[in-house]
Design a protein around this ligand. Structure first.
Ligand code: AMP
Length: 520
């Protein structure tokens, strides 16, 4: 019997977490080599060594040129749009993400004393297919068999056990992490999860709250000593970690003090929770506004919701909870650690997927007790219905205004798989070819959308202007778009090859190159 060990990985913008199912069938976080339950998603290049985690994060200001952070914001971009040079090599976003995954995998293997073979990796609900494909590539480069990519809110719902409940429900997931804010509304029906709407601000997170404290202390220091402590990198970094610690203290205490030393001088600033909340009120208001927008997008009232799930370390802050409780009567569920829920849910899904594989192949790969614990689990493998997070359109000619515009074929928030058919008239008489330009985006202006590909079909000669051309868009569950154009018995089809960073041929050479880099 080949034994396989699967983990769930929350590959986050600022922090990542790994979980597995233990010998008692319980999902558990796997601590890293530094005994931490979450690992900063930060890389420090030191020659041919990539140091990932807290050590890298602690050097992030002082050694900025050797640091990569927030790589998740770049994943899915081709190498000519994003890469970072270290030594004599340039690294794409998925190679950098792979270095983080390598560290997580190696530490988990050390802790569990067995090889990790498989993983379910989570991504934000709004990730498009390029970003999802690049995440799969990153997993493969790290030596993992990626069983599935699932949405972070879906994983959180699984961790909270919502998929096991008998009654159908509408769930609001509020996820405020270190660097991003996401809200998602899902419908859980007979063990299937459907996304109803998702929105967020990918530049809003815990760091914004920290920065308010950093600036407050810097101002006090300047007032007392006539010197800005932020101009010195070491002092800046030091102040950042003090601010973060103070913010966390203010979640459980009504007041705290921050002492900052720089150049032999020091300040002590006392701050109450009340004052901190006043100074950061605008950030919470921003979150509230996004919640209201997503409710409008889902066409729901607060009373339509059955549960609100809290995800992300920042939801431990009393002001965040009060804000949610203030605008919605829906019960807030918080019995899972908010910064661990996503990884725990992914670990459950990973074992359920391996169980399914066992059923299909007849080959046993899981330990006997895990199989027993999970085959009797209510709910079973969750069926994930995704929605499109961006509109897929076609560029057409607007006769009235003599300009091009984008016609939406499959709108944002459509459940996938989705098919759309439409018929259009040729723009001029005697067109040799009907050229279909496929774009993604919410604007009606072609220049503001992302071009995805072109599909053209030959037309017979002497067709009058306005002759019908039939167009079909098919978006499948793996988020691949197939476009077909039909006209006068001719047909052309394209599968949209998204620009997903590394081309398949490049992945092989990237794997070899990655082995040269030592990850610690
Ligand atoms: P995540 O990305 O979900 O791990 O969220 C991490 C963010 O949550 C960071 O900004 C942390 O500083 C913040 N955080 C973690 N625990 C607390 C807490 N008890 N109070 C306030 N913020 C917290």
């Amino acid at each position: 019997m080949t034994h396989r060990k699967a983990v769930g990985i929350d590959l986050g913008t600022t922090f990542s977490a790994v979980a597995h199912i233990d010998a008692y069938g319980k999902p558990q976080i796997i601590p890293n080599a530094e005994s931490e339950r979450i690992t900063p998603s930060v890389i420090l290049f030191d020659g041919m060594t990539a140091i990932v985690g807290t050590l890298a994060k602690n050097s992030s200001v002082a050694e900025a040129e050797k640091i990569v952070d927030f790589v998740k914001r770049e994943i899915g971009k081709p190498k000519d749009e994003f890469s970072r040079e270290f030594g004599d090599r340039s690294y794409s976003a998925e190679e950098l993400s792979a270095l983080i995954l390598k560290k997580l995998k190696a530490d988990a293997e050390k802790y569990l004393k067995e090889p990790i073979t498989d993983a379910v990796i989570t991504v934000p609900a709004y990730f498009n297919d390029a970003e999802r494909t690049a995440t799969i590539t990153a997993g493969q480069l790290a030596g993992l068999n990626v069983l599935q990519i699932i949405n972070e809110p879906t994983a959180a719902a699984v961790a909270y056990g919502l998929d096991k409940l008998d009654q159908d429900q509408t769930v609001f997931v509020f996820d405020l992490g270190g660097g991003t804010f996401d809200v998602t509304i899902m419908r859980i029906e007979s063990h299937g999860i459907q996304m109803l709407a998702t929105n967020g601000d990918h530049r809003l997170g815990g760091k914004d709250w920290d920065d308010i404290l950093v600036n407050l202390i810097a101002e006090e220091f300047d007032r007392a000593h006539g010197e800005n402590p932020l101009l010195d990198l070491q002092s800046y970094q030091d102040l950042q970690s003090r601010a973060l610690a103070a913010k966390i203290q203010l979640s459980s205490r009504p007041r705290t003090a921050i002492i900052h030393n720089h150049n032999g001088k020091s300040v002590k600033v006392e701050i109450t929770r009340e004052d901190f909340e006043k100074r950061t009120r605008h950030l919470v208001e921003k979150c509230k506004m996004i919640c209201e927008i997503v409710m409008q997008e889902a066409k729901l009232k607060w009373t339509d919701l059955d549960k609100i799930l809290l995800v992300g370390g920042m939801t431990r802050m009393p002001m965040v909870r009060q804000m949610i409780e203030g605008f919605s009567p829906t019960p807030v569920v918080d019995d899972v650690n908010p910064d661990e829920a996503v990884a725990l849910g992914a670990a459950i899904q990973a074992v359920l997927l391996l169980l399914k594989e066992e059923e299909v192949s007849g080959e046993k790969v899981l330990p006997e007790n895990t199989r027993q614990q999970f085959s009797s689990r209510e709910g079973g493998l969750i069926q994930v219905t995704n929605i499109t997070s961006h509109t897929l359109g076609v560029v057409l000619w607007d006769e009235a205004h003599l300009e091009e515009y984008v016609f939406p074929m499959i709108r944002k928030m459509t459940a996938i798989p989705a098919t759309a058919k439409n018929s259009f008239g040729t723009a001029t008489a005697n067109m040799g070819k009907a050229v279909v330009r496929v774009v993604e985006g919410e604007s009606t202006l072609p220049a503001e959308c992302t071009p995805l590909g072109i599909c053209d079909v030959e037309l017979p000669a002497f067709l009058p202007k306005g002759s019908p051309v039939e167009l079909t868009y098919e978006y499948n569950a793996n988020q691949v778009l197939e476009v077909a154009v039909h006209a006068y018995g001719n047909e052309a089809k394209v599968t949209i090859q998204r620009n997903t960073g590394l081309a398949p041929a490049e992945i092989g050479s990237a794997t070899t190159a990655m082995d040269v880099v030592k990850v610690v």
